[in-house]
Design a protein around this ligand. Structure first.
Ligand code: G3P
Ligand code: MG
Length: 254
């Protein structure tokens, strides 16, 4: 039986502000907040020296003015990059933020944080564990006394295991692009409280089994109000959205 997890909000802004702001920046988190969102998901990766920063890709090209592999750069070097212009000129100069700054902002804005541990993939298991360890320790510092305001998640079982060792009290969710047959054993093995899955892979029957087993259930990425309503009717607790402008009336911001 999974441990029960209560999502404080049904809508979660993906990568900070969905597609309405440069992903994984502080500006994105502010954008989500300004649009009424009170829950946010972002990705945490380790820069050089094991300093956690917000980044989705292993390399800098797509979302910043830099080039190369993220762990080749210090957090200070990353902070000097432009991570906003690729999205819109009004975000020019927006830096790659440190995880600590994002955590601080979430606490200040009263936003629930779904911290996705995103290990630099070429680093293998060792980097996955280090990323989980560091992300959990920082989370413990910001949310250790704020139960229910943060949830760690990862595709990586190594990262989740390291997070559990470092900060067992910060709840964890397992991410799946496709839900494996042994999802319940995997969640149980890592003491996860929730399952996060690609909305495309969920069925009403699977949702029912996951909820009956007592786990929290979140789906990404959902931008269609009808799809969100259908998922909620299956028992899904929360959805992660890119189009924050479209997904506003499905779930009232409670
Ligand atoms: O945490 C949900 C979602 O963000 C997982 O996929 O690639 O957008 O990090 P990705
Ligand atoms: Mg993510």
């Amino acid at each position: 039986m999974g441990a029960r997890f209560i999502y404080p909000h049904r809508l979660i802004a993906h990568r900070g502000g969905g597609t309405l702001a440069p992903e994984n920046t502080l500006a994105a988190i502010r954008e989500g907040h300004a649009r009424g969102y009170r829950a946010v998901e972002f990705d945490v990766m380790l820069a050089k020296g094991d300093v956690p920063v917000l980044m989705h890709d292993d390399t800098l090209e797509r979302t910043t003015s830099g080039r190369g592999a993220l762990p080749a750069f210090t957090a200070t070097q990353l902070a000097a990059l432009d991570a906003g212009s690729w999205k819109d000129a009004r975000f020019a100069g927006e830096p790659v933020p440190q995880f600590e700054a994002a955590a601080q902002l979430c606490v200040a804005l009263g936003m629930f944080a779904n911290v996705e541990i995103k290990p630099y993939a070429p680093g293998g298991d060792a980097v996955a564990r280090a990323t989980g360890h560091v992300a959990a320790l920082v989370s413990q510092r910001f949310w250790g006394n704020r139960a229910g305001e943060a949830l760690l998640s990862s595709f990586s079982s190594q990262a989740l295991d390291a997070a559990r060792c470092a900060a067992p009290a910060i709840p964890r969710a397992h991410l799946f692009d496709a839900i494996p047959d042994d999802w319940d054993m995997q969640l149980d093995h890592l003491d996860c409280v929730a399952l996060h899955c690609n909305a495309k892979c969920l069925t009403a029957e699977l949702a029912n089994r996951i909820k009956r087993a007592g786990y929290g259930l979140m789906c990404w990425t959902v931008n269609d109000p009808d799809e969100a309503a259908r998922l909620f009717s299956w028992g899904v607790d929360a959805v992660c959205a890119d189009r924050l402008d479209l997904l506003t009336e499905v779930a009232p911001f409670v």
